[in-house]
Design a protein around this ligand. Structure first.
Ligand code: HEC
Length: 115
């Protein structure tokens, strides 16, 4: 195999890896989420945001696809969460964790989009 071919193959492979990583990124809180969350909920940390993600990923994709944070406005999320958490048999504490997680992720992604 020529060097050029090898380099192009390596490049394709790296692009695929990046695409996979970016897809997961939509749902996974990063360090940059923490200050955004703390503006509204002082006690937030990465652990509680990740706890929200875990609840969301394990309960909210059972009846339909996992909706992405930017797929709905903040108001729509706030509207549907009580009903959906009821459907998913989640209590108020869990609902709060999901709410903080999803609204924070939403603001983070929205901020990135605007750049
Ligand atoms: C028991 C099944 C079930 C579970 C579990 C469930 N959903 Fe739903 N979800 C539905 C159904 C059915 C609809 C569409 C009809 C409706 O809006 O009630 C829906 C609609 C939605 C919508 C779209 C609302 C709109 O206005 O179009 C969102 C967003 C949503 N769900 C989020 C969630 C989240 C977040 C969770 C986890 C807390 C969750 N769902 C868990 C059944 C479920």
């Amino acid at each position: 195999m020529s060097l050029v071919k090898k380099i192009s193959l390596a490049f394709c492979f790296i692009s695929l890896l990046c695409m996979a990583a970016c897809k997961a990124d939509l749902f996974t809180p990063v360090a940059g989420d923490v200050p955004i969350a703390q503006q509204r909920w002082k006690e937030s940390d990465l652990t509680s945001l990740k706890a929200g993600q875990t609840l969301f990923m394990s309960h909210c994709g059972k009846c339909h696809q996992l909706y992405k944070p930017l797929e709905y406005s903040e108001d729509s999320w706030l509207d549907c969460l009580p009903e959906m958490c009821h459907k998913a048999h989640l209590n108020k504490d869990d609902q709060l964790l999901i709410r903080k997680y999803i609204l924070t992720r939403r603001s983070f992604l929205e901020g990135k989009q605007k750049k």
